[in-house]
Write a protein that binds this ligand. Structure first.
Ligand code: C2O
Ligand code: CU
Length: 498
């Protein structure tokens, strides 16, 4: 039967060429972030998959939501509901967490707590509602040290119910601040089985905005801009400034503070957000900077062209107060001085690593802006030799053994001591899921400009008081947002009873 045999050879050849094509085909090029307007009641499909993106001149395989880096910017109205049909086209298990959004517990995206991991090829429908204005973001809640680092994140802009909530501006932009660790041969690898850089978190050496190495924004003289800033880095804190321009701070994680404030820059720990406005009064090129005490890094450039409106549309130099928030905070202000209901200490235990910087004398640096001279030790550290700790000061219980219950509708104070005497004192960006809080005080100094937040950067050696609005029933994670610290145990579950 020579003829049948010949057919088989042809079929085999055909299959072989298909397979070869698959192997050779690289992931499609990433597209830039696009805004997607989601009306109340709409259903949106979101797929996580591999993409190719050139970083510092070399194509890298990254992961993206709907092929975009950053992922689609979801624009929703405060008070609306939206369904997200999520599909996992990654080679790994994943979930989606809607960072800062007070969602129903079942849709919080925490594997083993609110849902099972979404396996490769599987889908999960998230039913979301958006009670609060502000800027939020979404990212995986499984091996974030790799998945979020490689591009899986996008922003959610919740437009306020009040149409004149913000000042009028000519333009709004979402800016994700991030970094990536590039080696001469390409991106530094990841361990399949566990996180690395457990000690300090993965600091990148290439800083960028919205996944663009040379971020450029063109605007006209006389315009005013509003930036929604999100720190999406694993470990790096940013001090964001715009050369030659004061910033007007008009929002934090969940909308306005009690008063707008003119500032020279804003410090953002990983996962924190800030909303700032700027008035473009002169033409020219101005750098967007990460200005740290030791070095300034250019994140991008703002190009202001001469021909446009002659004066900024708003009276930029007179910051407004926010009387609606001020009066709604009255019941919370009455409790600002109450004793803490829970006191947590931030600490670390390391095996086989003899390093106690505090023992060498002097107070720790409040913020490690860089990985610095500990890079080698950091990259070798894993959850096996490094344990990061949230410890209940009263009971001595740690991490998932901490027991804390609050009634929905109650206001409780959580005091966090970031121990200066730990084996490696450093800042920790703590995040509470599903509920919001006020930063009541830092080192005993009351905060005189309160705002709703879900994430707070606690400097080394500092004590921070949070006044929590426990409003949302369920078991909610409180954890460090440095994913390598989370992988090394730094999390607790707080229970809110209905
Ligand atoms: Cu942004 Cu538990 O996460
Ligand atoms: Cu941490």
């Amino acid at each position: 039967m020579p003829c049948v045999h010949g057919d088989r050879v042809l079929v085999l050849l055909f299959l072989f060429s298909l397979a070869a094509g698959c192997v050779a085909r690289q992931a499609p090029d990433a597209r830039p972030m696009q805004a997607i307007d989601l009306a109340d009641g709409s259903v949106y499909s979101l797929t996580a998959s591999a993409v190719t993106q050139t970083m510092a001149g070399k194509p890298e395989t990254l992961y993206a939501y709907n092929g975009m880096l950053p992922g689609p910017l979801l624009k929703v109205r405060q008070g609306s509901r939206v369904s997200i049909d999520f599909r996992n086209s990654l080679p790994y298990d994943t979930t989606v967490h809607w960072h800062g959004v007070r969602v129903a517990h079942a849709f919080d995206g925490v594997p083993g707590v609110t849902q099972e991991p979404v396996k490769p090829g599987e889908t999960f429908r998230y039913e979301l509602s958006f009670p609060d204005e502000g800027i939020y973001w979404y990212h995986p809640h499984l091996r974030e040290d790799r998945q979020q680092e490689l591009g899986l994140y996008g922003a959610i802009l919740v437009e306020p119910r009040d149409p004149v909530y913000y000042n009028p501006v000519d333009r709004e932009e979402v800016l994700f601040l991030d970094d990536l660790l590039l080696e001469p041969g390409g991106m530094a690898g990841f361990n399949e089985d566990q996180a690395t850089h457990a000690l300090m978190g993965r600091y990148g050496n290439t800083l960028f905005v919205n996944w663009q190495n040379n971020y450029r924004l063109k605007a006209g003289k006389g315009q005013t801009l509003r930036f929604y800033l999100v720190n999406a880095a694993n470990a790096r804190p940013f001090h964001f400034t715009v050369e030659g321009h004061p910033l007007k701070l008009v929002g934090l994680d969940s909308g306005k503070p009690e008063r707008e404030a003119l500032v020279e820059g804003v410090v953002l720990g990983p996962s924190e957000r800030a909303i700032v406005e700027l008035a473009l009064e002169k033409a020219g090129s101005f750098k967007l900077l990460n200005a740290t005490p030791d070095a300034s890094y250019t994140l991008g450039v703002l190009e202001v062209e001469a021909a446009s409106a002659p004066t900024p549309a708003t009276d930029f130099s007179s910051p407004h107060a926010n009387p609606v928030l001020q009066s709604s905070l009255a019941p919370f202000k009455a409790l600002l001085d109450q004793q803490p209901d829970l006191e947590l200490e931030l600490d670390v235990e390391m095996q086989g690593m003899d390093m106690t910087p505090h023992a060498l004398g002097g107070a720790p640096e409040p913020i490690e802006w860089e990985e610095g001279r500990m890079a080698a030790m950091n990259s070798a550290s894993t959850p096996e030799n490094t344990k990061w700790i949230l410890r209940d000061r009263k009971t001595g219980k740690e991490n998932m053994d901490v027991r804390f219950e609050a009634r929905a509708g109650s206001i409780q104070k959580i005091r966090i001591h970031n121990l200066a005497t730990s084996a490696h004192p450093m800042q920790h960006p703590l995040h509470l899921h599903g509920n919001r809080f006020l930063v009541a005080s830092v080192d005993g100094k009351p905060n005189d400009n309160l705002a709703w937040k879900d994430s707070v950067l606690v400097p080394a050696g500092s004590t921070v008081d949070l006044l929590v609005d426990f409003s949302n029933p369920g078991q909610w994670m409180l954890h460090c947002h440095i994913p390598e610290h989370l992988e090394s145990g730094m999390m607790a579950l707080l229970e809110v009873r209905p």
